[in-house]
Ligand binder design. Structure first.
Ligand code: S3P
Length: 433
């Protein structure tokens, strides 16, 4: 395990160019592999999660060439044209890899096993196994509905209408990707709409996708290859933007971020807490994914309530929002957040442990976390608990300790590489500027 020490920040004022969006990068590789012909991807995410997707696709016979640090060229063979891999497909720590590839494999007449690390092996997979079985794929999982998943798909699945009980873009995407191999239409009706990268990018590939609020229908059919420059990852930028939001006079600008409507909850939350949020929209990436520059200016923050659709739209940013809430006047209540318990760690439990070490009073129930601010943070020894978002959220907490009160230590800092390998280098650059 790698340990990083982070000292309190002086004034924060600078620009950070964060790497490409992880969710879009996964999908670019997967859709490129399902298209017939050559696809080019630029500014791809260097995340370990995305490398896992590329490796799995290679193992299934797709020619994927990477030009480090951030470009790929790949030759897809078309829908249903994957080759049976020789060994287990290692999804490492990546839920997106496992769930989306389960959907893709369901439409291939091959047998393949998807597995991952101990964190991924604990996460619920019945949410994709059940609908894919209903479409006609044979899938074996553990009795608890967890990985490893042995998938034996078929080239022609049955279309279906599925109503997932939880709002999950990974589940929706798995079903829509399987739907490309269905004999008829496939519809997903979500309890709350989630990020719609898969829908937008399928349209970019010439597939007919009809969205109507929480209901999405995909028509089966072939995909056209594409060229795409991936926009920056708002979820990675969120750490720096939150840091800037915490103090009057602080400022951070992140150019070229993805601004998918299902992802911009963090900006709404920062604004509701009182921070200045300025967005300058640019050209959409690939003509389909909204993108632009974001600048955040700090202030004396106030506590907020986050619930329902807003919780879904900032689901990955809730750890850093909870850290920021410690600096706000009054309570911040994060509701409808039971899904946090199913992420790379039980994020409600991890938050409670770390926040208490930092001296932050907080309490939780199954689906809610309440943070009582404002608090003068104390330096602490914090554990990322194998969860990349905490390697980064705790580093920002360490920077928010008042100057002169001492350094904090983040244990397991290397896990930041799951989504953002250059995070600590970029943080140090910002803090030194
Ligand atoms: C993702 C969807 C979300 C998110 C994850 C990435 C995606 O997961 O938390 O980091 O790329 O589709 P769920 O679908 O489980 O909510």
């Amino acid at each position: 395990m790698t340990r990083e020490s982070v000292a309190p920040a002086g004034r924060v004022d600078g620009e950070v160019n964060v790497p490409g969006d992880k969710s879009i990068s996964h999908r670019a590789l997967i859709l490129g592999a399902m298209a017939r012909g050559r696809t080019y991807i630029g500014n791809a995410s260097p995340a370990a999660d995305v490398l896992a997707t590329a490796a799995c696709l290679r193992a299934c016979g797709v020619w994927v060439r990477d030009f480090p640090p951030a470009r790929y060229a790949l030759d897809g063979n078309g829908v249903g044209r994957l080759r049976a891999p020789d060994g287990v497909l290692d999804c490492a720590n990546s839920g997106t890899t496992m769930r989306l590839l389960a959907g893709v494999l369901a439409g291939n007449d091959i047998e393949a096993t998807l597995d991952g690390d101990s964190s991924l092996r604990r996460r619920p997979m019945s949410r994709v196994v059940d609908p894919l079985r209903a479409m006609g794929a044979e899938i074996e999982a553990s009795p608890q509905g967890t990985a490893p998943l042995r998938v034996h798909g078929t080239e022609v699945l049955e279309g279906l209408t599925w109503r997932p009980p939880v709002a999950s873009a990974q589940v929706k995407s798995a079903i829509l990707l399987a739907g490309l191999s269905a004999a008829g239409l496939t519809t997903v009706v979500e309890p709350i709409p989630t990020r719609d990268h898969t829908e937008r990018m399928l349209r970019m590939c010439g597939v007919e996708v009809v969205s109507n609020g929480a209901e999405v229908t995909v028509h089966p059919g072939p995909l056209e290859p594409f060229g795409l420059r991936v926009p920056g990852d708002l979820g990675s930028a969120a750490f720096f933007l939150a840091l800037a939001a915490s103090r009057p006079g602080w400022r951070v600008r992140c150019p070229g971020l993805g601004l998918n409507p299902g992802r911009i909850g963090i900006l709404e939350v920062l604004q509701a807490m009182g921070a200045g949020v300025h967005v300058e929209e640019g050209d959409p990436a690939g003509g389909v994914e909204p993108a632009g520059d974001v600048e955040v200016r700090g202030t004396h923050l106030r506590g907020v309530t986050i619930s329902g659709s807003l919780t879904v739209r900032c689901i990955d940013e809730l750890p850093i929002i909870a850290v920021l809430a410690s600096q706000a006047d009054g309570d911040t209540e994060i509701r409808d957040a039971g899904e946090l318990r199913n992420k790379e760690s039980d994020r409600i439990a991890t938050l409670e442990t770390g926040l208490r070490l930092l001296g932050v009073p907080c309490d939780s129930s199954a689906e809610t976390l309440t943070i009582h601010g404002p608090v003068r943070l104390r330096p602490a020894r914090l554990d990322a608990e194998g969860d990349h978002r905490f390697a980064m959220a705790w580093a920002i907490a360490a920077a928010l300790v008042p100057a002169g009160d001492g350094e904090s230590v983040i244990e397991g800092a290397e896990t930041a590489a799951v989504s953002y390998p250059g995070f600590f280098a970029d943080l140090r650059k910002l803090l030194a500027s």
